[in-house]
Write a protein that binds this ligand. Structure first.
Ligand code: MG
Length: 392
C-alpha cells in the first residue's frame, strides 16, 4: 500500500517527515493513500470550524462588503504563500498547508475586537487566547469521530497551530502532555537546558506567510474600502518601490490594476527574500533534523532590510487602517455585542445549545460557544437576546 502515497518532492533532512511524526494523541491505523499530514489537512478542511471561517471577520466585518477578505480567504492565501516557499526550501508542503488552513480556527467573530473582549470577560476564569483556542478546536471542540473528541491531529500540526501561549496556560498543557506542544513556551527553569525553543520550520514558515499575507491583503482591502489611498501608500517603501518599477514598465497603468500589480510584485519580493535569507540561515546552522531545528533560534526569516521594510508597512497599516475612526467605531460596537452576549449566556445558560449549557465549567463553555460563532450568527443572537441592533 505504501506506494499509493506520494510526497510531491524529496524533502530536506531538516523537514518534517510524516513517517517520523511524534504521532496522534489517540493511536489510529495509517491511512492507505495519504501521509499523516495530508490526512490532517483533509480533516481540517472537513471540519465545522473551517466552514465557519467564511463568515468570520479579518479586518472588515462580514456584512461590510462581499469582496473583503474573510478568515477563510486569508487562510487560503497563507496556505498558497506557505506552500510555494516550502517547495523552494524542500520543506513539507502538506504540513504547511494543514497548519495554514487551521491557524485561525480559534478566532472569535468580529476579528481582534471579539477576542480582546472575550479575554476581558474571561479575566477571572483563565482568559481567552485565540491561538490556544485554535488548538482547543482541533483537540476537543470538534465532534466528528466516534472514538475521540477533536480531530486527533499529529503532534507537528498541533505544534504549528499553537503559535503563542501564555506561560500559565503552557504549564497547564504541559501537565497534560509532558514535553508536548506547549514545552517551548516554558522557561529553562521549568524545562531544563535542552529546552525546545522553536517549532518545526514548517510551523515557523506559516507564521511568516501569515504576516506577508495580511500585510498585502489589508492594503488591497484598505484601498477598496476607501479608508486608505494610493497616494498615502507612497510613504511606504516596500509598496512604493514596486509601484515605481511597475510604472517604468507600464507608464499608463493606474487605479486597481496598478494596485494589484504592485501588490503582486511586493509579494514576490518578500517571498524571494524569505527563501534567500532562510537558505542562508539553514546553511549556517546545518540542522541535522527537525529536533535540531527545535533547539535553536528561528531559522525562517526575512533579511534584516526586508524585516525593516515589513515593519514600516505594519506601522502604516496600524496608523492608517486598523486605527481609522471608521474601523475603531465598528470595533467598539463589536466589543459591546460580545460583552452583552457573554453576560446574557452567563445569566441564562439555557439560551446556548444544550451541549454548551450542560458543561460544568460555565464561563469556559460560554467563551467556547461565542468563539465558535460567525459574525452574522453572533449579531443575530445578540439581537434575539437583547432586542438591540448594534451592527447595522
Ligand atoms: Mg492569520
Amino acid at each position: 500500500m505504501a506506494d499509493l502515497i506520494s510526497e510531491s518532492l524529496p524533502l530536506a533532512v531538516f523537514a518534517c517527515f510524516p513517517g517520523q511524526s511524534r504521532g496522534r494523541r489517540h493511536a489510529e491505523p495509517e491511512a492507505p493513500t495519504r501521509t499523516a499530514f495530508q490526512r490532517d489537512r483533509d480533516r481540517i478542511v472537513h471540519s465545522t470550524a473551517f466552514r465557519r471561517l467564511v463568515y468570520k471577520t479579518q479586518v472588515f466585518l462580514n456584512h461590510e462588503g462581499d469582496l473583503f477578505r474573510t478568515r477563510l480567504t486569508h487562510s487560503l492565501e497563507v496556505a498558497q504563500l506557505g506552500r510555494s516557499i516550502a517547495r523552494a526550501l524542500a520543506l513539507n508542503e502538506d504540513l504547511v498547508e494543514a497548519i495554514a488552513l487551521a491557524h485561525d480556527l480559534g478566532h472569535t467573530p468580529f476579528g481582534h475586537a471579539g477576542q480582546d473582549e472575550l479575554d476581558e470577560r474571561m479575566r477571572d476564569h483563565g482568559g481567552f487566547e485565540h491561538n490556544l483556542q485554535s488548538l482547543r478546536v482541533v483537540d476537543s471542540l470538534e465532534e466528528r469521530y466516534p472514538a475521540f473528541d477533536g480531530l486527533n491531529l499529529c503532534f507537528e500540526t498541533r505544534e504549528g497551530i499553537l503559535k503563542h501561549c501564555a506561560a500559565r496556560n503552557a504549564r497547564r498543557l504541559e501537565a497534560r502532555e509532558p514535553g508536548g506542544v506547549a514545552a517551548r513556551f516554558l522557561s529553562t527553569a521549568d524545562h531544563g537546558p535542552e529546552r525546545v525553543q522553536q517549532p518545526s520550520l514548517e510551523a515557523q514558515l506559516v507564521n511568516l506567510a501569515d504576516e506577508i499575507a495580511y500585510n498585502a491583503h489589508d492594503i488591497d482591502d484598505g484601498v477598496r474600502s476607501g479608508l486608505i489611498t494610493l497616494d498615502q501608500l507612497e510613504t511606504v517603501p516596500l509598496f512604493d518601490d514596486q509601484r515605481r518599477q511597475t510604472l517604468t514598465e507600464y507608464p499608463q497603468l493606474a487605479g486597481r490594476r496598478l494596485l494589484f500589480e504592485t501588490i503582486r510584485r511586493m509579494l514576490s519580493e518578500q517571498v524571494y527574500d524569505v527563501i534567500a535569507a532562510t537558505r542562508a540561515a539553514i546553511d549556517a546552522a546545518q540542522p541535522a533534523d527537525v529536533n535540531a531545528v527545535r533547539r535553536q533560534a528561528a531559522l525562517v526569516r526575512f533579511s534584516p532590510a526586508m524585516r525593516e521594510r515589513s515593519q514600516q508597512l505594519k506601522r502604516f497599516l496600524m496608523h492608517n487602517l486598523y486605527r481609522h475612526p471608521q474601523v475603531t467605531e465598528t470595533t467598539a460596537q463589536a466589543k459591546r455585542v460580545v460583552a452583552q452576549l457573554f453576560e446574557a449566556y452567563r445569566a441564562q445558560p439555557g439560551e446556548m445549545k444544550p451541549a454548551f449549557a450542560s458543561q460544568r465549567n460555565q464561563p469556559r463553555a460560554v467563551a467556547d460557544y461565542i468563539a465558535g460563532m460567525t459574525d452574522r450568527f453572533a449579531a443575530r443572537e445578540h439581537e434575539r437576546l437583547t432586542g438591540l441592533r448594534l451592527l447595522a
